[in-house]
Design a protein around this ligand. Structure first.
Ligand SMILES: Cc1cc2nc3c(=O)[nH]c(=O)nc-3n(C[C@H](O)[C@H](O)[C@H](O)COP(=O)(O)OP(=O)(O)OC[C@H]3O[C@@H](n4cnc5c(N)ncnc54)[C@H](O)[C@@H]3O)c2cc1C
Length: 503
């Protein structure tokens, strides 16, 4: 059976209309590709994507990415997490800005001036509701002409001489490329035979909205000799039971009895669970796809990597993947990609994913309820509490230390670009909204202007009278500085650098 209400072939089929699949669809459509998104769920309104379950921390890189596509303003009053760039004057209470293994760090202790990139013009982190983020992305995808088909599960694919045939529960569809954004249990990854190796869990995490009675649970984060529980608001409880992931892996539903038993064990008091409104389990299993690309099939987001949600980085990692892949795949489809461009998706993003997996594993070690680990946690807590420690940890959690090897050793190269301002007051963030790159020039260099004119379908030319710290910079469509110089422009060096990214 084939679908009759949509065009019979697309440049790209995306499995999964989660936040990452939708963001990638927007990126590809912005760059002129035809995109079909196939989503298993019949409707987008999962209660686990709504408050309180659906609250997600967006880090600096994600906030910047949304701003650079004009999407940030569409999120309804995202809640600002403590931000070192926006301290109100006068004495303020210490504001927790995040945590490492449950050890808090505070905005007042972060010295943003030490980060090796200029501060972004957007907040370093925000809290957003998944459901709302997806709604904003789905709306944008609609305006860009993306087709989204729900109640349709991708089951596999075949390669043909013309491209791919993607098989689903409601028929088969032709596409040139298939991207698996279908989450941790990705059917695309399995059908492509891509290895997904890593480490097995140490604990089952459970997040539950419950009615409680009996001995009261303490508010906030409570580490005990048997695990950890966290009550952020009355009845909204998160716990970690170091059972090797057995509860989660058993597939057993979260019953009132089981939850009460585990809570009593961890808290050591006679708490009563009267009613479970909603609950879900998860683990610290950490795995990564061996390759993010196999021929015409690519993996993005949780389909490419899973890890515990400690420190909240999975969504940010996935949005970063999508931002990195979108313009490269689109250029490949248009025939406008330098050789090897698409393969830089794996070489750039796989190491970043591996670092996040290790960051989550390191936290699990410190959270083990054993004497040696408790002793180590005390030491790490004193280090995190220092100015150096808080600055380092915040930089890691918010993705500020992320640097890609782009073959240029200027300090800005490989990092997210500062928000350059043009001579007529336009910003880099605004220039990036149409998905093209930007060539920033402080001095009206003729070679740069001529190159930009010849590549105007791919790159904006921005005269910027006082770009912070540089004479000229080439910014990729994903906002990463591909090349920069402080000196007079060496045209040959610039052309060589630009040819890595644009044709
Ligand atoms: C308790 C918890 C708290 C978290 N907190 C944070 C946080 O604060 N910050 C953060 O960055 N991350 C956080 N995360 C992680 C984050 O939620 C995920 O990394 C993110 O949702 C991944 O997005 P995705 O689009 O890749 O996958 P998903 O959100 O899993 O979306 C995949 C989509 O694919 C669909 N699908 C699956 N299989 C198929 C198929 N075969 N065919 C078609 N469609 C299919 C699914 O229905 C789904 O809509 C948290 C996770 C948990 C569990």
């Amino acid at each position: 059976m084939t679908h009759t209400h949509i065009p019979s072939t697309h440049d790209v089929a995306i499995a999964g209309a989660g936040p990452v699949g939708l963001f990638l669809a927007c990126e590809l459509a912005l760059a002129g590709c035809t995109v079909l998104v196939l989503e298993r769920a019949a409707t987008p309104d999962s209660p686990f994507k709504q408050l309180p379950f659906g609250m997600r921390g967006l880090s600096s890189t994600s906030v910047e990415a949304l701003d650079r596509r004009g999407l940030l303003d569409e999120l309804e009053v995202p809640q600002r997490v403590a931000d070192p760039h926006s301290r109100p004057p006068g004495p303020v209470a210490r504001r927790q800005a995040g945590h490492f293994a449950g050890i808090p760090f505070h905005a007042e202790d972060i010295d943003a001036a030490r980060w090796q990139r200029p501060p972004a013009s957007t907040p370093t982190s925000l809290l957003a509701e998944m459901a709302e983020l997806e709604a904003v992305l789905e709306r944008r995808a609609g305006t860009l002409g993306v087709h989204i088909v729900r109640d349709t599960t991708v089951t596999g694919f075949d390669e043909t001489a013309q491209g791919l045939v993607v098989h689903t529960t409601t028929g088969s569809i032709a596409a040139q490329w298939l991207v698996g954004c279908d989450g941790a249990r990705s059917a695309v990854r399995r059908a492509a035979g891509i290895d997904f190796a890593g480490t097995e869990p140490e604990f089952t995490g459970c997040t539950a909205l419950v009615d409680l009675a009996g001995a009261p649970l303490e508010p906030g984060r409570n580490v005990t000799e048997r695990g950890m529980y966290f009550q952020s608001q009355p009845g909204y409880v998160m716990l970690q039971d170091f059972d090797g992931g057995a509860w989660h892996d058993s597939g057993e539903p979260v019953t009132r009895e089981r939850l009460q038993q585990v809570l009593r064990k961890i808290a050591g008091i006679d708490v009563m669970v009267k009613h479970v409104h909603r609950a879900t389990t998860w683990t610290d299993r950490a795995r990564q796809a061996a390759t993010y690309r196999k021929g015409r099939v690519l993996l993005v987001g949780d389909a490419a990597h899973i890890h515990s949600p400690l420190g909240g980085q999975g969504l940010n990692l996935g949005l970063g993947d999508a931002l990195n892949l979108g313009w490269k795949l689109a250029a490949t489809i248009r025939g406008a990609a330098p050789p090897g461009l698409l393969d830089t998706y794996h070489t750039e993003r796989h190491p970043i994913g591996a670092r996040v997996l290790d960051w989550s594993r390191a936290q699990v070690v410190l959270m083990r309820p054993a004497p040696a680990e408790r002793a180590l946690r005390e030491i790490v807590a004193s280090l995190v509490g220092t100015r150096d420690g808080s600055t380092y940890v915040a930089g890691r959690v918010w993705g500020i230390h992320t640097r890609i090897d782009v073959g240029c050793d200027h300090p800005l190269a490989g990092r997210s670009a500062p928000n350059f301002v043009s001579q007529n007051g336009a910003t880099l963030a605004t220039a990036l909204r149409d998905g093209r790159g930007v060539l920033v020039d402080a001095g009206g260099d003729e070679a740069l202007a001529a190159w930009a004119h010849a590549h105007r379908d791919q790159v904006h030319y921005m005269m910027s009278p006082n770009p912070p710290g540089v004479r000229a910079a080439l910014v990729r469509p994903d906002g990463i500085v591909a090349w920069a110089t402080d000196d007079a422009v060496d045209a040959a060096a610039f052309h060589a650098a630009a040819a890595r990214w644009f044709v």
